[in-house]
Write a protein that binds this ligand. Structure first.
Ligand code: MG
Length: 283
């Protein structure tokens, strides 16, 4: 039984298969954007790569029109350097040395996928590279621990420790989430340990649990601030932030990245431009 009153549903293998189909569309959209990402491209052009991929795959974008007021105006959150998450695409031109966080989600045949990646554009500083490595490492650690830990609090404790040991800061105001037929479902999935998480907000990990896990890590401060656009969250000190996310299902064979790259029997459904695995961007 679940250790608390936190609601979490278990998905059947059939439902996880449907979520994988949605996740593979999210993965394709991230590939389309990564192919055009270079200095000189605008964030609106990157967003169009997501919009076009979702349209081609018959998927519903889930970020467009989300929340508000004002409702989020694009298919993808694009957050640069000190922007943590929820940046709005527009005319801004990408420069060499930027860190570009891309976060998107879609619904396909009734089921959702959600994933984020932070790219380095050209050469970046050693500190920024460490930030990317630590943030991705925190996501990968969480996936690995989901194979053996019984409770999310145990995973969150280790995620927080990894970030703290690196000298960086976990964002606490934004957390991961359950995901299924809707983008955001219970439970909340924090990337840090707390007494509340050890108590009434904890939940168990077992086959059928599907979570969007998304550590956000800042170089210099835990503090984040919302800009006047009502969406963009930036670090309190102007230093960089990074964000990586996958939709993860715990299956009988262990944790599986539903928004990860295709395996052999999924290749036939992909367009020609995605058939070369050496050109994939993976995280
Ligand atoms: Mg998410």
């Amino acid at each position: 039984m679940a250790p608390s009153g936190v609601k979490r549903v278990l998905r059947s293998p059939r439902e996880i298969k449907l979520m994988r189909a949605a996740g593979l569309v999210v993965w394709q959209a991230h590939q389309a954007a990564a192919r055009i990402l270079q200095p000189g491209v605008t964030t609106a052009e990157l967003n169009a790569a997501y919009r076009d991929t979702f349209a081609r795959c018959g998927a519903e974008p889930l970020f467009l029109g989300y929340g508000g007021p004002p409702p989020f105006p694009a298919e993808t959150c694009i957050s640069i350097n000190e922007e943590v998450v929820h940046g709005i695409p527009g005319p801004r031109v990408i420069k060499a040395g930027d860190l570009i966080s891309l976060d998107t989600g879609c619904r396909l045949a009734g089921w959702c996928g959600d994933a984020a990646v932070t790219h380095a554009v050209g050469p970046i500083s050693a500190t920024d590279q460490k930030l990317l490595d630590v943030t991705l490492g925190t996501l990968n650690l969480a996936v690995e621990l989901m194979a053996t830990c019984n409770l999310w609090s145990q995973v969150a404790r280790e995620m927080e420790a990894l970030v703290k040991d690196s000298g960086f800061f976990v964002v606490e105001e934004m957390v991961g989430h359950g995901i299924g037929q809707n983008l955001h479902e219970p439970p909340q999935v924090p990337n840090y340990f707390s007494e509340a998480l050890a108590g009434s907000e904890d939940f168990d990990l077992r086959p059928g649990v599907v979570l969007a896990i998304e550590p956000m890590v800042n170089i210099g401060t835990q503090k984040i601030v919302c800009l006047d656009d009502g969406w963009t969250l930036v670090t309190g000190d102007g230093q960089a932030s990074a964000h990586f996310e996958h939709t993860i299902a715990i299956t009988a064979d262990g944790p599986r990245r539903l928004t990860g790259p295709p395996v052999a029997d999924e290749m036939s459904g992909l367009p020609d431009w995605l058939q070369d695995a050496e050109r994939w961007v993976t995280w």
